[in-house]
Design a protein around this ligand. Structure first.
Ligand code: ATP
Ligand code: MG
Length: 552
């Protein structure tokens, strides 16, 4: 029992207490993305947390688009967010909610504040409002329009709504406290005039609510009990509570903040990702080098691996940075039992078995994943001429090199033992053909006749298929860190390397898009969602097999 309590995160502990004290009966959470970009791994953490809590407590979970800022929002983003959430396995209750569905009710809430003498129409310009606001060390100054009579405020607010004013000419402000130590409480703007068409309400509105006013209302209208957001909103909580209290709700929602997910040396903020997309530095929002959900998906990450990662990262109040290798660990763990293990040679050199019959094609039955017999087996052709990785041969090897070198015998994975008898070189002096002899008694490669230390993979030269392979590295130059002094990004010029002709077992011909494999000894790969098709596959490397990351 004790253990059970300790393993709960601080948000679950708050919820347990609220339930115990009878403050709430049923838990309602939500995920409120603004449709101004694609979702990234940080959003995944947030939505999995909110959705997970609703599931855990038998509560309700809403998906709500926070679409109060039509200048930056688009239907494309709404669609991408829905499709990414479905991919992640998130299921929301009821219909999708939109903040814009509450515009009328929000307007009424503002009228309620005006009637209570708690909001006023202000004529100061944006610059003047900023000037009057004061600083962290100095109190602000009250607007000369602060004490307008209620009737006049009501009339002017209606005029704002009716399009009498141009953008910025009038705003509605909450009347709180210009000398509050919390700048958010210094008569914040709660409505602005903006003659903008909205993707859902069209031209119906030319006043739009500000985030700090809209968000608590959205939560309250939906009966959200626990409104979970990130730490930068901690200072906004007094305003959140002020709005809820003064508009008046029987069951007020409660805001709880947790630390954002930040990844070391990775571009994660929507704003920066958007810039990479708009500047054409990446191949759209789903570029496999991005940590957008659609990018991670194209890179080959699974929803399960992302959920595992979110769980490992945990939920805290203290801001920290997580290393990318932790995410890579999760996809390796997930794919280890799931992915078929196929042979692919990415940097080929030819190997000829001089004592193997010319023209013979031997079909070997090879298990797809020794850890998971359910994945069955496949036929792999073996022939006299093969390709192996260039790095699996050395003419003049150092000690402890157990792969192929003149006079040494190795195991060709799933096939035979071969012994190197010599090499041919091209004019430039690099090795063009490695000659070997095989021992027919060693078929299967697991024989007990004698031991060999090295095992290398191969493909048949005559039977292999070719396909391009993309090797991705961090978009950011890790030596320099994410940002340069002028605020621009330190990009890694070698974040994408294309191997035009990787060589594969023929099995790979029939692979459709988004199939994941381990190419033995080379890493985990996925056939590209966008560019791959049956008959002409294109592979993305998800991760290599090696890692320095250890779960402690
Ligand atoms: P960004 O910081 O990338 O611009 P945002 O916070 O503006 O993102 P929203 O669409 O407003 O994006 O976010 C929806 C929800 O996701 C919010 O509750 C927000 O707090 C949460 N969220 C955004 N980024 C992260 C992150 N890095 N880690 C955890 N939660 C996040
Ligand atoms: Mg935001």
């Amino acid at each position: 029992m004790d253990n059970d309590i300790q393993s709960k995160n601080f948000i679950e502990q708050i919820i347990d207490k609220d339930l115990e004290e009878g403050k709430v009966k049923k838990i309602y959470t939500r995920f409120p993305p603004e449709p101004n970009g694609y979702l990234h791994i940080g959003h995944a953490k947030s939505v999995l947390l909110n959705y997970g809590i609703a599931q855990e407590y038998g509560g309700n979970f809403n998906l709500r688009f926070d679409d109060t800022n039509p200048g930056k929002e688009k239907e494309e983003f709404v669609d991408s967010i829905i499709s990414d959430l479905k991919w992640l396995g998130i299921k929301w209750d009821g219909e999708i909610c939109y903040a814009s569905d509450y515009f009328e009710k929000m307007y009424e809430a503002a009228v309620t504040l005006i009637k209570k003498g708690l909001a006023f129409v202000c004529e100061l310009t944006a610059d003047e409002i900023r000037e009057y606001r004061g600083t962290l060390t100095e109190p602000g100054k009250e607007s000369p329009y602060r004490d307008r009579p209620i009737e006049e405020n009501l009339k002017l607010f209606e005029d704002m709504r009716n399009g009498v004013f141009s953008d910025g000419e009038r705003v509605l402000r909450a009347k709180i406290d210009m000398s509050s130590p919390n700048i958010n409480m210094r008569d914040p703007v709660i409505y602005r005039v903006a003659h903008l068409s909205h993707q859902r309400t069209g031209d119906k509105w030319c006043v739009y609510p500000m985030y700090d006013f809209a968000h608590p209302l959205e939560d309250a209208f939906e009966g959200i009990t626990h409104s979970i957001c990130t730490l930068e909103f901690e200072d906004h909580r007094p305003l959140y509570d002020w709005v809820i209290e003064n508009v008046g709700f029987e069951n007020p929602p409660r805001q709880i903040e947790f630390a954002k997910l930040l990844l070391k040396d990775v571009v994660i903020g929507k704003r920066y990702i958007k810039k990479l997309v708009e500047d054409g530095i990446v191949d759209g929002w789903n570029d496999p080098r991005l940590v957008t959900l659609s990018g991670l998906r194209r890179r080959g990450y699974t929803p399960e691996s992302i959920a595992m990662f979110a769980k490992l990262v945990g939920v805290t109040k203290a801001q920290g940075e997580v290393e990318m290798p932790m995410l890579e660990y999760c996809i390796r763990e997930d794919l280890k039992p799931k992915a078929k293990r196929i042979m692919a040679v990415l940097d080929p050199v030819k190997l000829v078995i001089d004592n193997y019959p010319d023209g013979q094609v031997e079909m070997l039955d090879v298990p797809n994943n020794l850890e998971n017999p359910e994945l069955g087996s496949r036929q792999v052709p073996f022939t006299k001429e093969l390709y192996i990785e260039r790095e699996d041969f050395m003419e003049d090897p150092p000690k402890k090199y157990f792969r192929l070198f003149p006079g040494n015998e190795v195991r060709l994975m799933n096939a035979y033992f071969v012994k190197c008898t010599g090499v041919e070189k091209d004019e430039a002096g690099s090795i063009s053909v490695i000659h070997c002899e095989y021992d027919p008694e060693t078929k299967g490669g697991n024989c007990e006749i004698r031991k060999v230390k090295g095992t290398i993979h191969w493909v048949s030269a005559a039977e292999c298929v070719k396909a391009p392979v993309r090797i991705y590295e961090n978009l950011i130059d890790e030596e320099k860190g994410v940002y340069a002094e002028d605020g621009s990004l330190n990009l890694n010029p070698e974040s994408l390397r294309v191997i035009e002709e990787g060589l594969f077992e023929p099995y790979i011909k029939d692979v459709g898009p988004e199939e994941r494999f381990q190419f033995v000894r080379n890493g985990y790969f996925v056939s590209d969602l966008k560019d791959s098709s049956v008959g002409s596959p294109v592979f993305n490397r998800i991760v290599s097999l090696k890692s320095s990351f250890k779960l402690d």
